[in-house]
Design a protein around this ligand. Sequence first.
Ligand SMILES: [Mg+2]
Length: 231
Amino acid sequence: MNVIAFDLDDTLLDTSSCLLPVATAESCQAMMGAGLQCSQDECQKKRKEIAQTDPRKSIFESLALALQPELSGNSQLLNNIVEAGKRAFYEREVNDPLVLCEGALEVLQECFNKYDLFLVSAGDRNTQNQKIDNLGIRNFFKDCLIADPKENMSKLECFQTILNIYPKLEPNQFLSVGNRLDTDIGHAKQLGWKTCYMKYGEYVNMTPVNDFEKPDFQIKGIHQLTKVCQL
Ligand SMILES: [Mg+2]
């Protein structure tokens, strides 16, 4: 192994504990403000249920339709509600100090001395950059690549960008570490990378739908990375 790409949310940063509750609450509030008829409690419960039972679905649309099925006949209102929910959830100001996952700092310090490290994170560019600086981890990485859906960027393109930096290395000398089977694992394996799946966060109930989504290694927490992957 020569190069490691880390995911950020729920891999290095404990997003599920520090950010998810307030982002979910504010996103539900925004959807209700845009016209979704439900209570805050109903919205939060249903979001959790959809993430657990159907993690591949577009969660904001599924949530709106589950709570108010008649929205399927009003695409303009549905779209307004979905966009309001997404904005409140993803485009956030990060003010309070954030917390790394247990052992993340030690893993970064250890790997920094042996490998070229990259951060590959999906989300709003401004918000993700605020998270990286809030955590003070930017200097561990050769580069931090943000796949911002508003720019039509996927993690596949980020992994390809990293590959192109090292024309002399074979794809299996690259390792992607992350908590989503579809992107952190699937997109990296499509390019021939090795992968380590950290089973943590909102998407733990996702199961592989093809061979690309079957990780080479699996860990419960980032502190297990070096041992399990023999780094
Ligand atoms: Mg993640």
